[in-house]
Each structure stands twice: as C-alpha cells, then as structure tokens.
Design a protein around this ligand. Structure first.
Ligand SMILES: Nc1ncnc2c1ncn2[C@@H]1O[C@H](COP(=O)(O)OP(=O)(O)OP(=O)(O)O)[C@@H](O)[C@H]1O
Ligand SMILES: [Ca+2]
Ligand SMILES: [Ca+2]
Length: 615
C-alpha cells in the first residue's frame, strides 16, 4: 500500500493575514422572536442597491465586493417571515438583554433564521402570499373540504400533559413546554410541537406531518437526536411530544458568539451533527432541512449535547432511489436538489454550509432573492481568501471545501467527514458505519475482473488519511482473526444499527447484491479496492498523480491485451456505439493492452456515460 507516496499538497494559506473581523455587540444575542422582528424592520437590505447583482457571489462581480467593503455596516438582516409580529404571545426564551438592531461589519450578512424555499411553503400551505407562513393562535381546522385530516393518533393530549409556555416557533408549528401529569414520568418536563391542521391545506402537507411523526418515532434513540415520546391530535392540531431541549437553538449560540466559533468549538458541534446525520443516512433517511435552527442544545451548559430536531421535510430514500422535490431552506440547499435529482448527499452539503457559518460567521451563498441564492449555490465558489479564513487552519478549509463540493458523488459522506484530519486528529471519534461502503461494494461486486484489477491498483496508491477511513469502516464490520470479512459480518453490522426506518427503506436488500460473498471472504486489500470512490479521488488536486501511479502498478500485474469488442462489453456500451471509432485510443496499439485513457475510463465503471466524461 502507499507505494507512490502521494501526499496532499501543502497549504498555501498562512496566518499572516490573520485579522479579527466582525464587530461584536456588547449585550449578547437576539432570541428567535427578536431575530424575526429585526428582519421585519423595513426589510432592510444588507447591501446598497447599486451593489446588488442578485447572485450573492463576490467572484461574479468584484464591483459588488468593493461596494460591500466601502459600506461596512449592515443592519442585521433576515428575510424570514416575522412570526412574532402576528403572534399575541412572546416566546418564553425572550431575554431582556438581547440586542435588536445590532450591526455587523462583514462582507456578507451573518446567519439568521432561514426561510424555506417557496415551493416548500406552497406544498404545505397551497399558494404562498407574504407572511402567509405565520401561524395565528387558536386557528380553526376548517381546512379544504375533502382532505382527511384524521391521523389516527390518540386524542386528549391534556389528559396526560399540562401545556406551558411557548419555547419556539417555526413556519409550520410552534412548540410549548409541558409537564407530564400522571404515570411513571409524572412531573417530567417535555416539549410539545403543535402543528395546526388549518395549515394543512394540501394532501402533501398532511402526508408530510404523517411522515414527520413516523420518521421521528423510528429514529428516536440516537444520542444526538431529539427523543420522541408521544403523538396526539384533536380537531385543531397535531401534538408531537418529545424531549425538552432547554439550551436553545444552535443559531442563537452562533449569534451569541458574534457569529463565529473557534475551530475547537466548531469541531465539537460538527462531530455531533455528522454523527446523527450519518446515522440517519445509514437508515435511509434524508433530513432535507439541516440548518442551525434545527439543532438544539439540551442545556445552557457550554458543553451541552446537541440534538437534531424537525423532521418535517425528511423523507425515506432507498439506496438506488433519487428524490426530486425541491425542499429545504434556500441558504442551505444543495445544487443537486435544485437539479431535482438527489439523495442523502444533499444533507452533507447543508452541513458544509453550517460548518462555513460556524467558522467564519457568514453564509457561503448569499443573495437578496431566492433565485439569486439558487444561482449562487449552483455557480459560485464560496470565499476562502477573505478574513478570517487566512487565519484558520488549512485542515479546516479543506474540511469545509470537501463538504461544499457541487458534484454529490465527489462530496464526502457524513461518516467520512468524521475521519477527516480536521476532526480525527483533534478529538476522539467513534466512527459510525457508512452506508456509502455498502453502495460502493455493490458496484464493485458487479464489476468485471479487469475493472476489479484496476481498482486494486488504485487502492495501492491511497494515502494514510484515505486508508484511515477505510480501516475504521473495515473494523466496524468485525473481521475474523485472519483479517477477512464475510457476508455474515456485513449483515450483523447492519443489524446492529437496524431501526424501523431501515426496514422501510429496504437497506438490508443491499446485502443481496453482495451474495457472491457467501462463498468467500474479503480481505482488507480487496475491501479497499471495493469501497474506494473514484469520483471522490478525482476531486482531489493530486488525482492525476494517483491515477498515473495506479496505472504503473496495473501495468505490472493487471494489464493484458484486450480486443475492442471485449472492452466495449466491459464498459457496458450499447451496440449502437461505434466502438472502433470511440475506443480507438483506449487500447495501446503497440501491444493491444489498455492505455492510460482506457484505464481511467474503466475505473468509472460500466456505463455509457463514461464516454461523455472528460478524463
Ligand atoms: N424538543 C424541543 N425542545 C425545545 N424547543 C423545541 C423543541 N422542538 C422544537 N423546539 C423549538 O420550536 C421551534 C420550531 O420547531 P420546529 O423546527 O420543529 O418547527 P417547524 O415549524 O417545522 O420549523 P421550520 O420553520 O424550520 O420548518 C424550534 O426551532 C425550537 O426553537
Ligand atoms: Ca425548524
Ligand atoms: Ca420543519
């Protein structure tokens, strides 16, 4: 292994530009209510009108950036609907010393509550008009005729729970603290998310609530996921009873630190987010609305546990399935979601946006309008050369960059991100099983022996960091004493993590495609070949070097003479492809063996799309 010694290129960044950027306010944080009401104050624009190009991308318009710099003071801006202007109650966590009208000195506006993509609001509420998403108190569930709003949940929430003060509010529901009135847990404090039925004006909206409950119920139990207790309904509302998290939203903590975390603190937060998201993905659940408002601390302590909440937009996704509805919150949405073909990788993008915000206090993709944000997400590269980035570690930058890769196949998985040097070199992490391993193994098992030999050559060029992740995953599969794994090991590892969600998404079906392992075992060397991701390696600067080294190794003991027709069938080309013209350069004319070009194409696996891809 590691014969070619390919190492990551040294960082070009240094600390010499280190600068504290971002003025702080003396008085602390606005809570959700104030954050929203600040946003509503005249809808203040963070940029002078002349400087807005609608993309939010400074690289697309350096003039815009100059204007931003010349006008350093921005009103704190959020385009979110101002719920509290329409609510009679103020939330319980309003604190007297928070600071409305704060001013930030930043090239981009700091984080604020994210607004859902319009399509999301439309599917829950029908057509969307300004402020429609705000939830009036005591609304009636008259709704649209013909919609069945009976969920079959228990009735009479007040028999068991005494509802208390409101602790938070989103676009779809509001949450109240409550006390258990009777039974084993009498006296215990809980949270009750109340979703008004009057807001469920479409069949999709009703289905979303049903799924929110189903997913929360089936995933409950992970230490970084809010615990589900009960669900009720009455004529007006659905009530989801869960663990009360008393430490507030991650967004509030980011703001209370002037919009920026130290690397060390950001790492602690990231570790917890990645853990719970890797768990969801292993179960086949995409959260689809990851943002700092949807992570809550259990207590006010600095080292409090962080919990994922709000599975209102989440969905089950089978291993080979792609989702296609545009959901989420604009600032956090992944490019492939906008292209309407995506899976769990989209959550990892959102985590990248959160990581970016934690480390520098600004959003990576910003514009005033929804379409402007989308344009930035699709086209713009986030800034990494403005303060504070030059003073942050090169590992931190690499970590964020590898989450914010536009091509989802090249993006790290959540479990992989936990093995990234920025995390694993500094804190102890018990890596979770990665669903990606099973998916890659499935493709490998279906590959021809020639492709397997090519992958094996690549596996021998992996760096220590890349091998670290594979070693951890291999050990989670509990190899026997002679260092090999069987289909039984794979099954047991999955079953250790099984929940009802995994049954729904038929994750265990992945094992059928690995059936060939019934008759043999796999050693670590083959495991590396089976589970390395060519797409991810391709995204690295040193890919060319990797591939050349691998080709040299392949030349020594994998390359053989091959005729064009055989190669065409290896690549799964359709008979309509003019193979002689297309594959001409893929075979070396001197000895009839695979050329470097042919080798790299072969690595991508059997697909006629291989033809279209540049090297
Ligand atoms: N278990 C809990 N403990 C304490 N507060 C909670 C809990 N669950 C939710 N909240 C508070 O209620 C707010 C709204 O809850 P939630 O995010 O589930 O609603 P939503 O309407 O689906 O939100 P969104 O607008 O993001 O879709 C949260 O941001 C949080 O402040
Ligand atoms: Ca929420
Ligand atoms: Ca929600």
């Amino acid at each position: 292994m590691g014969l070619c010694n390919s190492k990551p290129s040294p960082s070009l960044n240094s600390d010499r530009f280190s600068e504290k950027f971002g003025s702080r306010t003396p008085n602390g944080v606005p809570n959700s209510a104030q954050r929203n009401s600040i946003s509503s104050m005249g809808g203040a624009s963070p940029l002078p009108p002349s400087s807005q190009n609608g993309t939010g991308n400074p690289r697309t318009d350096s003039h815009e950036m100059e204007n931003v710099k010349k006008s350093p003071l921005f009103p704190f801006y959020s385009p979110s609907p101002a719920h509290y202007l329409f609510s009679k109650k103020s939330p319980a966590n309003a604190s007297a010393n928070s600071t409305p009208k704060r001013f930030f000195r930043k090239p981009f506006p700091p984080p604020s509550p994210a607004k859902h993509i319009r399509a999301v609001l439309a599917r829950r509420h029908g057509s969307v008009k300004p402020n429609e998403a705000s939830i009036p108190e005591g609304s009636e569930a008259e709704g649209i005729t013909g919609l069945d709003k009976n969920f079959g949940f228990s009735k009479h929430v007040s028999n068991k729970y005494e509802l208390g003060e409101e602790v938070g509010r989103g676009h779809f529901g509001y949450t109240r603290a409550a006390r258990v009135k009777k039974g084993e847990h009498k006296g215990q404090q809980v949270a009750v998310k109340i979703i008004p039925k009057s807001k469920m004006t479409t069949a999709i909206a009703i289905e979303d609530v049903r799924r929110e409950v189903k997913i929360l119920k089936s995933l409950s139990g992970h230490s970084n996921l809010v615990n589900f207790y009960d669900v009720y309904e009455d004529h007006d509302n659905v009530y989801i009873v869960m663990e009360l998290c008393e430490g507030g939203e991650l967004l509030d903590r980011i703001l209370s630190r002037g919009g920026k975390y130290t690397e060390e603190d950001a790492r602690t937060v990231m570790k917890q987010i990645l853990h719970v998201v890797a768990f969801c993905h292993l179960q086949g659940v995409a959260h689809r609305d990851l943002k700092p408002e949807n992570f809550l601390f259990t207590s006010k302590d600095e080292d409090s546990l962080l919990k994922a909440i709000d599975f209102g937009l989440s969905d089950f996704v089978k291993p080979d399935e792609r989702l296609n509805d545009i959901v989420g919150s604009a600032y956090y949405v992944a490019p492939e979601v906008l292209h309407r073909t995506y899976s769990t990788e989209a959550d990892v993008w959102s985590i990248g946006v959160i990581a970016y915000i934690l480390l520098c206090g600004s959003r990576p993709f910003w514009a005033r309008t929804e379409s402007g944000i989308f344009k930035a997400v699709l086209k713009a590269d986030p800034i990494f050369d403005e303060p504070p980035w030059p003073s942050l570690s090169s590992e931190a930058k690499d970590f964020v960059k590898r989450l914010l890769v536009k091509d989802p196949r090249k993006r790290m998985s959540a479990a992989q991100a936990l093995s990234h040097p920025w995390i694993k070199n500094y804190i102890d992490v018990k890596a979770p099983l990665d669903i990606l391993i099973f998916k890659l193994m499935k493709t490998y098992m279906r590959s021809s022996s020639l492709r397997k030999a090519a992958l094996r050559a690549v596996s021998r060029t992996l760096t220590i960091d890349e091998l670290f992740y594979l070693k951890t995953q291999f050990s989670l599969l509990e190899p026997s004493r002679n260092g090999t794994i069987s289909i039984e090991n794979l099954k047991e590892a999955l079953m250790k993590n099984v929940t009802n969600a995994m049954k729904e998404t038929r994750i265990p079906d992945l094992l059928t495609s690995l059936n060939a392992l019934q008759y043999r075992r796999m050693d670590f060397e083959e495991f590396c070949a089976a589970t390395l991701s060519i797409h991810q390696l391709e995204a690295l600067d040193r890919w060319e070097q990797h591939a050349r080294c691998a080709y040299d190794l392949f030349e020594k003991d994998g390359n053989r003479a091959i005729v064009i027709e055989e190669l065409a069938s290896e690549l799964g080309l359709s008979p309509s492809v003019p193979v002689h013209a297309v594959l001409h350069d893929w075979i070396r004319h001197t000895d009839g063996k695979l050329s470097f070009l042919g080798f790299v194409k072969l690595l991508h696996g059997p697909s006629s799309r291989t033809l279209a891809k540049p090297l």
